[in-house]
Design a protein around this ligand. Structure first.
Ligand SMILES: Cc1cc2nc3c(=O)[nH]c(=O)nc-3n(C[C@H](O)[C@H](O)[C@H](O)COP(=O)(O)OP(=O)(O)OC[C@H]3O[C@@H](n4cnc5c(N)ncnc54)[C@H](O)[C@@H]3O)c2cc1C
Length: 438
């Protein structure tokens, strides 16, 4: 008899955990992702601020699963699901909407940026979700310093050396802290016409405090730390305008050439593909066995799913996605093997952490609330533990020690695919002029 076909869409935290949980299952598992790598999103801000290289937080999916013989990895974009015919549609570089049949389907497609109805902001304020986003933001930040150094008119330095982060959740706070350390220590002695330490870093949020998921005391500690690092924290007002000149907040214009969106996210299109009930944010409402009502063969997990526990929706964090992935894999395995089904899914909350600059973090786990160097050590240990491979753990650990001791960062290259920083390919005349001027 043919083995059951299991399709998992998304090789993020949820999809990868589900796939690994099926390694001993008598089934054909197909894992589909539009990227060829699993991404450790919690450290994206470190790529955006030059601490780590992209290869230190992204791992080829094929490499991770090379010994899992029942699993095939497909690089492709899922564009829809036909629940009645039980197939997903996949597009890749050569083909469009190819149907692939399934007996079990796990959707773990995560979230994308949300500009809260202001999609026009996206052009001027890129978000941070993929490795491509992180490298583009790194380029934008490094370019701003290069342009300021080349600019002879000091009045133009103000816009170039003002960096604005919109959204003071964990990503905004971590980015602001890392940026402050970059300008005040790493870049300090490298420029002649500008003083990088004079750069202005502004963190804006409509909420009354930074890090809203944390307790008030920890929010306060994080805000004080940011201010000590020289970050201006502006709370209680939403951004009214973002354009090529900067932002307008509470009626005041702040001029800047580098605005970064660290605010909202919206779920993937899974709810639309399934035509299933969603919550107000658009996440698919699932049952306690993580399946979609009326479809015991379809599981939706992680950031793109909505499940309440004790009257509150589970947060969009990596731990929820991983635990749900493991559960979905285990449940599918038990059904195929004819074993009793596991108990309904229950989330085990291990706590939350956010790092604020060098050697300082806030940590909240049950009744334990801590901030400072000890919390930062715990943050570092936990993040190293969850990186995808041992080689990444060693490489990131060494980079952190090196950066801590010397303030030097892992990757400050501006790599322009067009061959020149102006974005235009270098022509023969440019090269001749450059040679002649030597
Ligand atoms: C900048 C940042 C910092 C964060 N920091 C933390 C943190 O410190 N701690 C924490 O717990 N959580 C953090 N999170 C949240 C955490 O990363 C997410 O909760 C987690 O990644 C959710 O896992 P997931 O499997 O649902 O989705 P993801 O990990 O986002 O994976 C989704 C996968 O689906 C793929 N995909 C999407 N659509 C398609 C499609 N149509 N076809 C094929 N493939 C598709 C994507 O390429 C991706 O690989 C952070 C997130 C971000 C963006």
């Amino acid at each position: 008899m043919a083995q059951p076909q299991i399709i998992i869409v998304g090789a993020g935290f949820g999809g990868l955990a589900a796939t690994k949980a099926l390694r001993k299952t008598a089934a054909q598992v197909t894992l589909i992702d539009r990227a060829n790598h699993h991404l450790f999103q919690p450290l994206l801000y470190q790529v955006a601020t030059s601490v780590l290289t992209p290869g230190q937080i992204g791992t080829p999916i094929r490499g991770i699963l090379r010994n899992q013989k029942n699993t095939t990895v497909i690089l492709g974009e899922v564009t829809g699901v036909d629940k009645d015919r039980r197939c997903v549609f996949v597009s890749d570089a050569d083909r469009e909407n190819v149907p692939i049949p399934y007996d079990y389907l796990v959707l773990a497609t995560g979230v994308t940026h949300s500009y809260f109805g202001h999609n026009e902001f996206e052009e001027f304020a890129p978000g941070l979700k993929t490795l491509g986003d992180a490298v583009a933001i790194r380029h934008k930040i490094l370019h701003a310093f290069e342009q300021a150094e080349a600019e002879e008119d000091p009045s133009r330095h103000r816009d170039l050396l003002t960096f604005i982060l919109v959204g003071a959740g964990p990503t905004g706070v971590e980015m602001a802290g890392a940026l402050a350390v970059l300008v005040r220590s790493t870049l300090k002695c490298e420029f002649r016409r500008i003083n990088p330490a004079s750069a202005r870093i502004v963190l804006v949020d409509m909420a009354p405090r930074v890090l809203p998921p944390f307790s008030e005391n920890l929010s306060k500690a994080a805000k004080e730390r940011l201010e000590k690092l020289g970050v201006e924290v502006r709370l209680g007002h939403s951004v009214e305008q973002i354009d090529a000149d900067g932002i307008v907040v509470a009626g005041e214009r702040i001029y800047s050439k580098t605005v970064i969106w660290t605010a909202g996210v919206a779920p993937s299109a899974a709810g639309k593909w399934l035509n299933a009930e969603t919550d107000r944010a658009g996440r698919v409402r699932i049952q306690t066995d993580l399946t979609v009502p009326g479809h015991p063969e379809i599981f939706v997990i992680g950031d793109t799913a909505s499940l309440e526990e004790n009257g509150k929706p589970l947060p969009g964090v990596a731990q929820v996605a991983m635990q749900q992935g493991r559960y979905a894999g285990k449940l599918i395995h038990s059904r195929i093997a004819g074993d009793p089904a596991p108990e309904p899914f229950s989330y085990f909350d291990k706590g939350s952490m956010a790092v604020v600059g060098k050697g300082f973090a806030v940590l909240q786990s049950g009744k334990v609330h801590a901030s400072g160097f000890g919390a930062w050590l715990a943050w570092a240990a936990v993040h190293l533990q969850f990186l995808a491979t041992s080689s990444l753990r060693v490489s990131v650990f060494l980079q952190w020690v090196w950066t801590y001791v010397t303030a030097q960062r892992g990757s400050r290259l501006i790599i322009d695919p067009h061959g020149s920083v102006s974005g235009k390919p270098l022509g023969d005349s440019d090269i001749r002029a450059a040679v002649a001027s030597k």
